[in-house]
Design a protein around this ligand. Structure first.
Ligand SMILES: [Zn+2]
Length: 217
């Protein structure tokens, strides 16, 4: 009887599926990609306030002092922790801070084997190792050398900076210092603080035109 035979085949197939499910438990369990909380950064005049700094350190499960020291070194600026915030004594763009936090996360937190952040730092002899609690992998922590102060302070054409015009050049152009650049801004008035768009750079002299656009750095 054909229909009966068909039923049996279906049952076999279903019981096979059941056994297959038991054989590979939860292998396809989805690990979400590790995501940091959105950085809450505020520029106040000449300082930059990283308002949820401690939250970020907690999320990374790293000591906030360790994270702060890394940031200060990378950003080339003094700063300190105030409550749950970190205060940097320089004007730093949120993008720059975000980049450095990413570098810290890749260097000190994320397991290079499984990509999870469930790691801890351990000292082995004199080497700092990253040990993964999820997969057991271990690797030495190698700190990437960055030319951070250079990239942070290096101007490019199109940048808009805020600058105090401190002097007048020979042709009457307003001039001022931006890190180790001499900024020359035709038409800018001595003693005024302006936004200036960089139009041309020649070694450490940058030409700029006053603008009302917001700063990009
Ligand atoms: Zn791992």
């Amino acid at each position: 009887m054909a229909p009966v035979v068909k039923m049996t085949e279906e049952e076999d197939y279903l019981s096979l599926l059941d056994r297959a499910k038991i054989a590979c438990p939860e292998i396809t369990e989805n690990h979400e990609r590790f995501e940091l909380p959105e950085l809450d950064i505020l520029q106040e005049g000449k300082i930059t306030v990283f308002r949820n700094f401690i939250d970020v350190a907690d999320k990374l499960r790293r000591d906030s002092t360790h994270l702060l020291q890394f940031m200060l070194k990378e950003l080339g600026t003094p700063g300190n922790i105030e409550g749950r915030r970190a205060v940097f004594k320089a004007k730093i763009s949120p993008q720059t801070i975000n980049d450095r936090i990413q570098t810290y996360t890749e260097t000190y937190v994320i397991c290079s084997e499984c990509g999870l952040p469930d790691t801890k730092m351990v000292k082995e002899d004199r080497t700092l190792m990253l040990e993964c609690e999820a997969c057991g992998a271990r690797r030495p922590i190698t700190v990437r050398k960055t030319s951070h102060t250079e990239s942070l302070n290096t101007l490019k054409e199109g940048d808009i900076i805020e600058i105090l015009i401190t002097d007048l050049g020979k042709k009457g152009d307003g001039t001022g210092k931006y890190y180790d650049y001499l900024i020359v801004a035709p038409g800018a008035v001595k003693g005024t603080r302006i936004h200036a768009k960089i139009t041309k750079i020649s070694a450490k002299t940058a030409f700029a035109v006053p603008t009302t656009e917001p700063c990009t750095r």
